[in-house]
Design a protein around this ligand. Structure first.
Ligand code: Z5A
Ligand code: MG
Length: 228
């Protein structure tokens, strides 16, 4: 038996950081020591390059920044597996799904729906990463997210881009649900993030608690392993 790997994904300002933190605190209150992770992890050398790009302090080719985001996850991939096998649950704020959704949304003018970076190309570097046991997708309409604090300070925080990002998240979710490898439990759940913090936190807890209590009896899977 090993610990579960829980990923919280969602649009900007959907409350991912708020909810990962509330979940971590709740686990602690229940006497469970979980590891809180966040991508991008801006503390590593690669993470610092990403941080500089997001703040528009540096320019990078779209392919390059995409690969850096993925490399930033690979830096921690074996650590993730080790922690899970050692029994420590991981709560992760964004993961590969954000990587694909943001990059594949770039440069799609409405008249010519061909992305600068195709979806399949964007997914490739993340194939084989440790797969989450559950992805909670915090869904909120971009117009509502915009009303929340701090929206608009970084590079991707534009309403039109966010709407495209939401569409790709929805595609990722339906593909994950259709994956034949893990029929035992749902691995992608959409949570309405437009509600009160506490209401969202209670739903998140109800989805995570059984995994933490019962634990997982199969090895850490690999993301999109049918493509390996
Ligand atoms: N990115 C990428 O391109 N490729 C990748 O591979 C990865 C990421 C991993 C930075 O991410 C950017 O990197 C991001 C995607 C891209 N692009 N953009 N834009 P980040 O994770 O570092 O972003 P962030 O700065 O943490 O912001 P966020 O994720 O957008 O916000 P959030 O974590 O979802 O929301 P929050 O900080 O918890 O809450 C936002 C505000 O709303 C705050 O004032 C809260 O108090 C408030 N809030 C939260 N919940 C509620 C509720 N329920 N009601 C009302 N108000 C609320
Ligand atoms: Mg956040």
């Amino acid at each position: 038996m090993r610990a579960p790997f829980i990923v919280i994904e969602g649009l900007d300002r959907s409350g991912k950081t708020t909810q990962t933190s509330l979940l971590h605190t709740r686990l602690e209150a229940e006497g469970i020591q979980a590891k809180l992770m966040k991508f991008p992890d801006r503390t590593t050398v690669i993470g610092q390059m990403i941080d500089s790009y997001l703040r528009s302090d540096s320019e990078l080719d779209d392919h390059v920044i995409h690969l850096l985001f993925s490399a930033n996850r690979w830096e921690l991939a074996s650590y993730i597996t080790q922690l899970l096998e050692a029994g420590t649950p991981i709560i992760c704020d964004r993961y590969a799904f954000s990587g694909i959704a943001f990059s594949a949304s770039k440069g799609i003018p409405s008249s010519t729906p061909s992305p600068k970076l195709p979806y399949e190309w964007c997914r490739s570097p993340d194939i084989g990463l440790p797969a989450p046991d559950l992805v909670l997708f915090l869904d909120i309409a971009p117009e509502r997210a915009k009303l929340r604090g701090g929206y608009g300070e970084e590079r991707y925080e534009k309403e039109e881009l966010q709407a495209r990002v939401r569409g790709i998240f929805q595609r990722l979710g339906s593909e994950m649900q259709n994956e034949t490898q893990r029929p035992v439990r749902p691995n992608w759940v959409t949570v309405d993030a437009g509600r009160e913090r506490k209401v969202v936190a209670n739903e998140v807890w109800s989805l995570v608690e059984p995994l933490v209590i019962n634990r997982i009896d199969d090895p850490v899977a690999k993301l999109w392993s049918d493509k390996l």
